[in-house]
Design a binder for this molecule. Structure first.
Ligand code: UD1
Length: 396
């Protein structure tokens, strides 16, 4: 079975790691890995391949930056030749980023069996680019791998057949469980101003990540959140590895100066490698984020998380995990952070099937289900399909 997996962004790399490793255990699977190039900086891409031991992609589409529409279209255009050449039995799209949508559209148009890992999540907020991507990918997918019960409910409500939906757990947590021991040994970046204090004096700290357009692109909103972060930092020093999108917004809004004073405790840092960031999260008192993956990782680590959004597509992190939504106005952020510092942060439990074996379940289902799935997307007659010569694809 030839399985083509497409990755493009940081969260894709983390989700693909365990899956690719599991595929590698099965000699009957030939895995083809494609990198769309959506994330391309060393810190946003290469370091993740190193930390997570992901094989070098067979193909890099080198798409680079762009608006959602042009980026998605360009990835589709470049992926077409790769799908044509490799004729995969299954195409795997991970998560909800533009690269995942492009993968789904290309696979569906080229009548390949499409598997979506992390299917069914819904924020019900179509202003989020990721929500549009999720809805479209799931509408096209033949096999849907789900991380939490809300995903199953959403997909059934949208009319997906029950037999296509598989509750398998969370591949991101597979990676977390596998790499946490190594992360705990990992040195914190020397550039991080607080590294020495954390290492030598075990100074308590919080971690911040913000990058969503809804959080950082609207200047008044971002300024309010920034002010709230400064307030929290007076009570607990915060480490903020800054995403490239956010770096531009901080500079445009003239906020960088406010983080340069001697009394500043909101420490900005460059984006971190997977292992360094996992170590930082695992030892934090508090995590403040707008990321989907970090909401899940903080729940798995048992660290209280405040999510700077009005909604989440991952409700299990609220009902079972350590997550609380604090909205975008900055007011609740300080109140909730104070609660955490008083020891009133949420104590959650790890959701069912977030046990480090999601990738095993996915690969098992793919191997077992593939004959039925082929029936769903016939390529002409079955004889015609059987006679297709498999061209060689180029290794990079
Ligand atoms: C993307 C995903 C988001 C995910 C995030 C993780 C979509 C719609 N969004 O958002 O769901 O949580 O990745 O990081 O796909 N840039 C660089 N260097 C890079 C990559 C990006 O400078 O290596 C810049 C781009 O030029 C662009 C900005 O960062 O200006 C945003 O990049 P983009 O890939 O469009 O989306 P993200 O905000 O990273």
């Amino acid at each position: 079975m030839r399985i083509l997996t497409v990755v493009g962004t940081r969260p894709n790399f983390v989700k693909a790691a365990a899956l690719l490793e599991e595929m590698g255990r099965h000699p009957e699977i030939e895995s083809v890995l494609v990198h769309s190039g959506q994330h391309y900086d060393y810190e946003m891409s290469k370091t993740f391949f190193e930390d997570l031991e992901i094989p070098t992609p067979h193909v890099n589409l080198g798409v680079g930056s762009g608006g959602a529409v042009s980026q998605t279209a360009e990835i589709m255009r470049r992926l077409e030749g790769v799908i044509e050449e490799t004729q995969p039995d299954v195409v795997v799209a991970l998560g909800d980023v533009n690269s995942s949508l492009a993968t789904a559209l290309a696979a569906a148009q080229m009548r390949r069996t499409l598997a979506h890992v992390e299917a069914g999540l819904r924020s019900f907020d179509r202003t989020m680019p990721e929500e549009v991507n999720r809805v479209a990918i799931d509408a096209l997918a033949d096999v849907l791998f789900v991380t939490e019960p809300s995903g199953v409910e959403n997909l059934l409500r949208e009319g997906k057949p029950e037999e296509a939906i598989h509750m398998v757990g969370n591949v991101m947590i597979d990676a977390l469980r596998r790499f946490l021991p190594r992360a705990r040994e990992c040195a914190l970046p020397v550039l991080l101003p607080m590294s020495k204090n954390i290492r030598e004096q075990r100074e308590a700290y919080g971690v911040v990540t913000l990058h969503r357009p809804s959080t950082v692109d609207h200047r008044p909103t971002f300024r309010r959140i920034w002010a709230a972060l400064q307030d929290v930092a007076r009570e607990l020093p915060l480490i903020f590895p800054v995403h490239p999108r956010t770096k531009v917004r901080i500079e445009d809004s003239g906020l960088r100066e406010t983080s340069c004073s001697d009394t500043n405790r909101l420490h900005l840092a460059p984006p971190m490698s997977y292992l360094a960031f996992l170590r930082l999260q695992s030892e934090a008192e508090l995590i403040i984020t707008d990321s989907g993956g970090v909401q899940e990782e903080s729940s798995a680590l048992g660290v209280p998380c405040l999510t700077v959004r009005e909604n989440t597509e991952r409700p299990i992190t609220l009902t079972e995990g350590t997550n609380r939504l604090v909205g975008l106005d900055g007011n609740r952020l300080l109140d909730e952070a104070r609660k955490v510092l008083r020891g009133e942060g949420k104590v959650g439990r790890i959701p069912k099937l977030w046990d480090g074996h999601a990738a095993t379940r996915i690969v098992e289902r793919l191997l077992n289900r593939i004959p039925d799935v082929h029936d769903l997307v016939p390529l002409g007659s079955s004889n015609e399909r059987a006679n297709i010569a498999r061209p060689q694809y180029r290794l990079m």
